[in-house]
Design a protein around this ligand. Sequence first.
Ligand code: AMP
Ligand code: ZN
Length: 114
Amino acid sequence: MDCIFCKIVEGSIPSKKVFENDHVLAFHDISPAAPVHILIIPKKHIATMNDVEPDDFGLIGEVHRAAQQIAREQGVAESGYRLINNCNRNGGQVVYHIHYHLLAGEQLGPLNAK
Ligand code: AMP
Ligand code: ZN
């Protein structure tokens, strides 16, 4: 499958990993939008939020569990962070393997700044 994040999961494309278990992988975004910008993905290929099926909700919970741990380990849990999923064109999704952006390390702008 021609999916860049599946290739990162397989290891055929390198990444700077910050977290990995059997189901979830997290790595630094190649083009950071904040001092801390980490992408958290399920290893399973799910294209978008719209494609999450009932059996996947436990897996999405695992992604959230990883986000919580990563925020602690990055030292930003208390100062705060933003966890973002972009879905489809208007959401700004570019990579069609579901992922959450964990952004932190500075005061982030208001959501209505777009
Ligand atoms: P989105 O617009 O939500 O689909 O976000 C895709 C993100 O993936 C962007 O922030 C890109 O900078 C990031 N990205 C693309 N290719 C790579 C890569 N090889 N390693 C790390 N991050 C990547
Ligand atoms: Zn994929």
